[in-house]
Design a protein around this ligand. Structure first.
Ligand SMILES: [Mg+2]
Length: 251
């Protein structure tokens, strides 16, 4: 593998599974960082803040601080800036928006409707979101993941399921989707680090989001088989990673 200036790691399925760090993961990422390369962490998850993830990574032994973490919630906040939004989502999303100066409103008109994974989703929330969009609010989705992995083999409905409910009722698709396989988060990382795509390696465990994102953005990618995608998925897919490893520890 060639040397890169910037290594962008997907988190779940790559650096950890649930609360268990990948064996050898913290050591290899620390080694890459000590060698002078820039490390960034990337996730479609919109339910937790950059600080939450930085603490989790740091406790596992990864070099991490909030500014190194890009979530779809943080991406939504960076994209929107100081505007107003009605939010269908979790506390992490609200906090990222509020921290950047966006007014999160429930009972006043809003420029935007922002939709992500939402554990407390209700009919009333879908109703409010679709009506605001019909009245002219712009529609942002954090990501379109159909499922959300939890411990074991079980999955929950992901942000995509919540977006689908709002989109169906509003009869409008989101104007912008922040998460992978879209390239918005990667482009934010490039603009912050001033590293170019040809000096970047994205490491992920999902062909249809992580590797597709790297291909679309024009950077190299490494698929690790420690998470969602398998050898069989690789055979069935047209999307090709630059490298394939059993785990991040083999990097
Ligand atoms: Mg993953």
């Amino acid at each position: 593998m060639k040397d890169y200036k910037l290594y962008v790691f997907d988190m779940d399925g790559v650096l950890f599974r649930g609360d268990e760090p990948t064996p050898g993961g913290p050591e290899i990422v620390s080694e890459i960082a000590d060698g002078g390369a820039i490390i960034r962490y990337l996730t479609n998850n919109s339910t937790r803040t950059r600080r939450d993830y930085a603490e989790k990574l740091f406790d596992m032994g990864y070099p991490a601080e909030p500014a190194m973490v890009y979530t779809s919630a943080a991406g939504a906040a960076i994209f929107l800036g100081p505007t107003s939004a009605f939010v269908v989502g979790e506390d992490g999303l609200r906090r990222e928006l509020t921290d950047i100066g966006c007014r999160v409103v429930d009972d006043r008109p809003s420029d935007w409707v922002v939709v992500g994974a939402c554990w407390g989703l209700t009919y009333a929330m879908i109703d409010e979101a679709q009506w605001r969009i019909r009245q002219g609010s712009r529609f942002l989705a954090t990501n379109l993941d159909s499922t959300y992995p939890i411990e074991g083999d079980r999955v929950r409905p992901g942000a995509g399921a919540v977006v689908a409910a709002v989109q169906t009722a509003a009869e409008q698709t989101p104007e912008i989707v922040i998460g992978k396989p879209g390239t918005t988060l990667l482009r934010m990382i490039w603009s912050e680090t001033e590293v170019s795509p040809d000096q970047t390696l994205l490491i992920g465990d999902r062909i249809d989001t992580d590797i597709a994102c790297a291909v679309a953005a024009g950077c190299d990618s490494a698929l690790v088989l420690s998470g969602a995608s398998t050898q069989a998925d690789l055979r069935d897919s047209q999307i090709r990673p630059t490298y394939i490893y059993g785990s991040v520890a083999d990097l």
